[in-house]
Structure formats: C-alpha cells, structure tokens
Design a protein around this ligand. Structure first.
Ligand SMILES: [Cu+2]
Length: 347
C-alpha cells in the first residue's frame, strides 16, 4: 500500500484532486491518499495557496508562449508566397523588445520570491502559540519516536493530536530531532516537509482543522528501510484525545495470566532496547512498548499489528524489515508465543 503511495498513488491523488478542482473528494477529514491538494491544517493551506499561484502564473506563461509558437508556425508557413508576407521580419537590436523579455521575467520572479518569502515567514514560528501541545519528534533509522514531554509518556510511529478549536491560536508544536542521520518529516495534508537533522532542533506546527487519520512518510533518503518510515497522525476531538492521553499515561498492564511471557521478556535482551513503563525494561534505543497494542502498525508500517504479524516480528524482524536495527533474537517458537501473549496485553 505504501509503495502505491510513493508512485502511482501520488499521481492518482494529484489527478483526482486537480480534476475535481481540488474540492475535497474524500470522507470527512480522511484521505487514504496523502495529497497536499487536500490540506487540513493551516501550514498546508498556506503552501497550497502558493502552489496554485505558481501553477497559475506558469500556466499563463505556457499558454502565451505556446500560442505565439503556434501562431508563428501557421502565419509563416513556407508555402505562402512572397506577396502574402513571406519570411517573418527579422528584428536586430530592438531595445524595447529586449527590455520587455528581460524585465517581464524579472518581475515574475520577484513576485514569486515575495510570495514564497511571505509564506515561509508565516509558517516559520520559532515560539509555540499559547496553549499549544508540544511534542518532540525523534527520527530514528527507521522509525519515529514521539515524546509528549510534560504529559509524561513516549510513543512511536503514530502521532495523536487534538483538533484545533475554532478561532484559537493553539496548535501542535513539534520539535524535531534526529538520533542518527537526516530524515524529513512530511505529512502532506498537515504541513510541508521539515528536515530532521542530527545536532539541531527544527520546528513545525500543525493546526488540524478536521478530525481523522493522516498519512505521511520520511521524505529524505536515510538508508535501506527509508521507505518503511510511515507516519500516521490521528487528529482527535478534545474528549477523544483526553481519553487517549489518559491511557498512555498509565503504566503497563500487569496481567498475572501472562506472567510467564512477562518474565521471559524481562530476562531477555529486549529490555536493553525497549521500555515498558512500570517494569525493569527501560531501554531507549527502540520503540516504547508500554502501550504497543494501541498502535495499528509494527515497524513504522512494515506490518499491521495483528497477532500473527507480531509473532513473525518477534521471531525474526529481519524477515519483515530487512536491515532494521532489531536483531533476530533467536527465540524458540514457544518462547516467541509466550512473549507475544504478554505483549498483547499491553493495551
Ligand atoms: Cu528517514
């Protein structure tokens, strides 16, 4: 499905959006195809406005130039006799003409520059507006970490945010960092691309205007599993979001029925890389598993989070996501099952 997103899906959504005059063609708030032509957040709207202006100016230039070419081809066809006009008059060193084709493009470029600069300044907020939700995004090879800071929990690959209330400046303010190489955070319906660069913090804000699910991708080649760095953003109503936060804040469920799997997990190297809050597992190298079952995908979209796929993943993640930074743990099928029984309780 994601491969379709990258190639044909992109073209289709662009065509669909263009054909419908960029009117929303999808179910409320949700587009399976992540199209920048269906913006659902202010920065994305600003970018689309600039896009249409540039497409418009380029279309006018295209039509005028093609029109002149077609006109010249018809007007000065060779078969016309000398008396009908013959060769076009040659113009040498005409100041007005040369001035025109220098000044007009310059003006056009200047207008495009001003419009783009204004858009960039409008989008580039160095400080979060009051009441914003601040989330630190850390790009890893090849998954995303979302740290909700003051709210006290960390999750992976699926970003949950509240809908912006009408007329309020509050937004979602992202601070983007990288744990390794340069990535790029891109959810086309919500905002433009923002590079995620080691050693610095970039900012991005979202002001989602419709609840729903939005898809994005790492947009900067970052190694062999770059294409498996899916970002899913869930925009919730206020109550829904509060409920989600409340659940995430809880420590991991303790279920005596899966004590065996739990002990196995806690005595395996899993705990060096993964955190499960409320247990001895406090690794920070890999996705936090405290509420693994609240996520719909594994390995940043490499597989759906179903019981079967989870078992395959824990058995050998290299089959599902070759080259990823979780090694095959060389467990037996029996051990894999026990550990997965435990993981499945982490709602
Ligand atoms: Cu990446």
């Amino acid at each position: 499905m994601r491969r379709a997103f990258v190639a044909s899906g992109w073209m289709m959504s662009l065509l669909a959006a263009t054909a419908s005059g960029a009117a929303p063609v999808c179910a409320p708030g949700t587009a399976e195809m992540p199209s920048m032509f269906l913006p659902r957040s202010e920065p994305a709207e600003i970018i689309l406005d600039i896009t249409w202006l540039i497409i418009g100016i380029c279309a006018v230039i295209f039509i005028v130039m093609e029109g002149l070419i077609v006109w010249a081809i018809i007007r000065y066809r060779k078969k016309r006799s000398e008396s009908e006009g013959g060769e076009p008059p040659q113009v040498y060193g005409s100041n007005p003409v040369e001035l025109a084709w220098t000044v007009i493009p310059l003006l056009i470029v200047f207008v495009l520059f001003l419009v783009s600069a204004r858009g960039i300044f409008e989008i580039d907020k160095q400080e979060p507006p009051p009441g914003s939700l601040e989330v630190t995004v850390v790009g890893h090879r090849w998954w995303w970490e979302f740290d909700y800071g003051d709210l006290g929990f960390v999750t992976a690959n699926e970003l949950h945010i509240p809908l912006t209330k009408d007329g309020e400046p509050q937004s979602v303010y992202l601070m983007l960092e990288s744990a390794d190489v340069i990535h790029s955070f891109w959810v086309p319906q919500l905002a433009g691309k923002m590079d995620v660069v080691p050693g610095r913090i970039n900012h991005l804000w979202l002001q989602p205007s419709r609840a729903g699910k939005y898809i994005g991708q790492c947009a900067e080649y970052c190694g062999n599993q770059h294409a498996n760095m899916l970002i899913t953003v869930y925009v919730h109503t206020e109550e829904e979001f509060a409920r989600w936060v409340e659940n995430q804040q809880k420590e991991a469920v303790e279920d005596a029925a899966v004590a065996e799997g739990r002990d196995l997990f806690m005595s395996t190297a899993c705990i060096n890389c993964h955190t499960i809050r409320g247990t001895v597992a406090d690794g920070t190298f890999a996705p936090d598993l405290t509420h693994l079952m609240s996520r719909s995908v594994l390995g940043a979209g490499a597989a759906a989070n179903t019981p079967d796929r989870l078992r395959e993943w824990v058995w050998d993640p290299q089959n599902i996501k070759p080259g990823c930074d979780m090694p095959s743990m060389k467990l037996s099928r029996e051990e894999t099952d026990r550990i997965c029984d435990y993981l499945e309780t982490l709602k």
